[in-house]
Design a protein around this ligand. Structure first.
Ligand code: TYD
Length: 135
């Protein structure tokens, strides 16, 4: 099974302000179909808390910081994002939660599929059963 991993996004450093770009050139390991962003998160809130059967994601902290908890049914890993030139690649089939959002944080999520409510697994026990079935 593929693991979640941090991918460094190239930076075009400039004294007028830095610039980073993501395009379909192989940096992001899937074809980008959709993008959405999470913002104005009140202190202490969690987002996510689900897995996707098909959808893959690339998550960037465009501003501020937050943690992404990745759980494959056996182990949990926490990835902290706090720079706009690192992204977390999350392959499909992993449980993921987002937490510890800083004030004014902005999370950009690039996704490989259209939004599909049927692609979600929202219950952790269901996720464990799904994983067992996959093995
Ligand atoms: P959801 O992915 O369920 O976020 P969370 O797990 O953090 O609660 O999305 C929240 C709501 O936004 C849900 O009602 C569906 C809607 N939504 C869309 O309509 N399109 C999208 O691409 C996404 C990601 C969410």
């Amino acid at each position: 099974m593929e693991k979640a991993r941090i991918i460094e996004i190239p930076r075009i450093v400039d004294e007028r302000g830095n610039l980073s770009v993501v395009e379909e050139d192989g940096l992001v390991p899937f074809k980008i179909k959709r993008s959405y962003w999470i913002y104005d998160v009140p202190g202490g809130e969690h987002r996510g808390g689900h897995a996707y059967k098909e959808n893959c994601e690339f998550i960037i902290a465009l501003s501020g910081s937050f943690d992404i908890v990745i759980d494959d049914g056996n182990e949990r890993n926490v990835f902290s994002l706090n720079r706009s030139y690192y992204g977390l690649y999350v392959p499909h089939g992993l449980w993921r939660e987002m937490e510890n959002f800083s004030t004014n944080s902005l999370a950009l999520i690039l996704s490989s599929t259209d939004y599909d409510v049927n692609d979600y697994i929202r219950n952790y026990n269901e996720y464990l059963a799904y994983k067992k079935n996959e093995e």
